[in-house]
Design a protein around this ligand. Structure first.
Ligand SMILES: [Zn+2]
Length: 214
């Protein structure tokens, strides 16, 4: 009898915990485990297309962070952002998306090569609200999840975007630039945005004009 009562109590408390975490966090238990498996200054493991399980996760779609109003107070989200920043820096990338570390949420970081000193921009729940009608073939795209490879990718030369940053501030911006030697902020944004939809640059490979004539 005592045993039965204990089981019922345990089940009840499990249910309460489950509904509590659903209400307060955008993240699944597995995602919270990944985010919390290291300190804020420790790197994540970056998923690789060469690994069969990783490559399936990289093809999945992500979902929005709930309640953009409480972004600044969301401890798990802030830890995710700190660790993504370290991971991108250590790996020498110009951008990284949360799904690349196994967290299927609409969050990415990218280097603002269009601004002085190229600060890292945190992007949460992004939308591309408008883009150029024509596309260009961007030279030598690369990805931290695709080892030892680069290729040209078809991209829009400019995009208008909306997103929240890590302080919970809303941004509406016009991004442009597709020169690898100068500004290519619009390209990095599109590359990272694609990750949120399970799309990789190898899906968008294109030929440069000079290659077409050869
Ligand atoms: Zn990538």
């Amino acid at each position: 009898m005592k045993h039965k009562f204990f089981i019922i109590l345990t089940l009840l408390s499990l249910q309460v915990t489950a509904s509590f975490s659903q209400r307060t966090s955008s993240f699944t238990e597995r995602e919270l485990e990944i985010i919390g498996n290291g300190a804020e200054d420790s790197m994540f493991r970056i998923l690789q297309t060469t690994d069969p399980v990783d490559s399936l996760i990289l093809r999945m779609s992500s979902s929005d962070i709930l309640n953009p109003d409480s972004i600044a107070e969301d401890e798990a989200l802030q830890l995710l952002i700190s660790r993504l920043r370290i991971t991108m820096d250590q790996a020498g990338g110009v951008g990284i998306a949360a799904p690349q570390v196994g967290v299927l949420k609409n969050v990415f970081l990218f280097m603002r090569v269009d601004l002085p000193e190229s600060p890292v921009q945190v992007v949460i729940n992004p939308r591309i609200i408008s883009h150029a009608t024509e596309t260009i073939c961007f030279e030598r795209d690369g990805c931290l999840s695709i080892p030892n490879k680069s290729g040209n990718s078809e991209r829009y030369p400019w995009i208008d975007v909306e997103f929240w940053d890590e302080k919970g501030e809303f941004h509406r911006e016009h991004l442009e630039g597709f020169s690898r030697r100068g500004n290519f902020a619009a390209i990095i944004f599109q590359h990272e945005w694609d990750h949120l939809h399970g799309v990789l640059y190898i899906d968008k490979e294109c030929l440069l004009k000079e290659e077409l004539w050869n």
